[in-house]
Design a protein around this ligand. Sequence first.
Ligand code: ATP
Length: 666
Amino acid sequence: MMPPEQETRATSGSNIVLAELPALSSNVSPCLEDRMAEQLKARMGECSILRRSLRPVTLKFEDVVYSIKLKKSDGYCFSSPDPKPERTILNGVTGIVRPGELLAMLGPSGSGKTTLLTALAGRLPGKFSGSITYNGRPFSGSIKRKTGFVTQDDVLYPHLTVLETLTYAALLRLPNKLTREEKVEQAELVIAELGLMICRNSIVGGPLLRGVSGGERKRVSIGQEMLVNPSLLLLDEPTSGLDSTTAQRIVATLQGLARGGRTVVTTIHQPSSRLFRSFDKVVVLSDGYPIYSGSAFRALDYFASIGYAPGAHLVNPADFLLDIANGVAPESKQGDQPDNYGRSDHGDLNSIKQRLISSYKKNLHSMVKAELGLTSQVSESLLAGTTSFRGSEEQWMTSWWEQFKVLLSRGLKERKHESYSGLRIFQVISVSILSGLLWWHSDVSHIQDQVGLLFFFSIFWGFFPMFNAIFTFPQERPMLIKERSSGMYRLSSYYFARIAGDLPMELVLPTIFVSVTYWMGGLRPSPVNFLLTLLIILYNVLVSQGLGLALGAILMELKQATTLASVTMLVFLLASGYYIQHIPAFIVWLKYTSFSHYCYKLLVGVQYTEDDYYDCGIGLHCKIFNFPAVKNLGINNMGLDVAALTVMLVGYRLIAYVALRIGQPH
Ligand SMILES: Nc1ncnc2c1ncn2[C@@H]1O[C@H](COP(=O)(O)OP(=O)(O)OP(=O)(O)O)[C@@H](O)[C@H]1O
């Protein structure tokens, strides 16, 4: 049970006392986010992100059971018809966290902490039994937008600086009622709050790019969630890999956030005793079973009451709880020698765990459930009265256009090194010069060569954009899942921003290529023909890019997508009408699926007219339209070819969008 004074603080809405915030909130900039907190601002004379939560959330989880189906690995091609074995990862976990409280989940590695946290964040794939409620209601879109979830792995754009990362998050996540300047100021406040001033202009970095340190990266992840002033903040291992001072600072910040009326839940590995004292509540898990759920302060008393009192030299309660959760009871240690911890055999460890689990069921489970029931009657009615998650809360924080603009600007910044990479430009320019030299001033007397150049245009500018586009969505997937899970933006605004952001470079490179090769290759020296050729190739680029996007979005796996793309391009290469002019009737339909076929046909159609002739023997001139490779293409109805390309242009992009929508959280 919560002490009465804490209960009052947690539920009394505007009476939450900011003076309780820790010394960390030292910013002096004016607070601009919550206009409703004007009164408090006046009292404080300063503001920080540790301000009051406007919508307190009581989080309850009751008898949560979660199982997964294991993959059968019997090594045979034909697996047995028996149903897949199941593994229960969470086994009846119950607890409650109120606004103003900081709950820590403790337990050995693999005990189910992350799984429980993911379930509390409403992001667990598949079904679980039991119930998880937020102010007595199930998870909903508005709760999602009021929930901050910091995952164990930091999903951040490596090429953005710390300031840019947080500014873009602020622009996307803070409501439209704030001006751009106010949002940027919030990002600055978070940077100051989390001690990131020193690296605010450093790039975040990633596995292949050195950027800020691991601890700084973690703080950036936390900052992204703190920006939105979440009512419920869930963090997975926020202190792992950090030095104890930084870890202490982060936990103090979390405590400050909780004291501002938020509900904060964190998983934590090996907290120091100093950190442990910051927790209001703990849930201790052992192999997915709860062995303790309740006040952190009373945890040791509880274990002492069931016969597991810590030794006389107890330094850190968290160490004791972890030992216990691992089945290492105090009496199995001899002389507090660390080497002796592992001496108990498996039987002992398991029997201790079993005893702890049954003690929990016998002594604690009913008490925790009673607390849950009590809170339903008391604080939830209060919270339900003061807190509405309906109405405008259901809306997106920013308009479609605003999201589009921010995502476009962020995408351009993040990918400028990639789009404008010297290597890519070198690749295109060198191929264009090389092909210009190979086809140097070819003329219609060598019609086969010229037609070959046109075919090369259509194939090269089919392959290249498609393979570039394939990477788009599989690479962005973790970011997309993270940001969409927190309701940051609409899928459509992301999708259009992503496509628009890629356009300039996707169109500049083929323009350079055609400008070089067209004139070097001796194609018809007319500006109109040149322009039409360029337009056809740019259209082809957009279509092939669409196919790449669709393949990437459908498969979301690079290896599979590139394999399928290679097969597709090979089919297009062979079926486009250049290599094989007499495709058997039963498979001739294949060429109509190939955008390269339409592009090639259009290029030939634009290059030659009925009145063009080529040398078809000594002193003989034949009509180019009668040249076998051209004749079999059937240069007529070019409008139909353009229409076919248009259908593909729209169709592939539509498929990509639908595939993304199906595969993404809503
Ligand atoms: N989708 C899954 N497929 C297979 N096993 C899974 C899956 N999800 C969770 N598990 C297993 O469930 C157990 C609990 O995982 P979880 O990540 O919740 O543990 P944890 O306590 O957070 O561990 P750690 O502290 O090491 O992060 C682990 O043994 C893990 O391997």
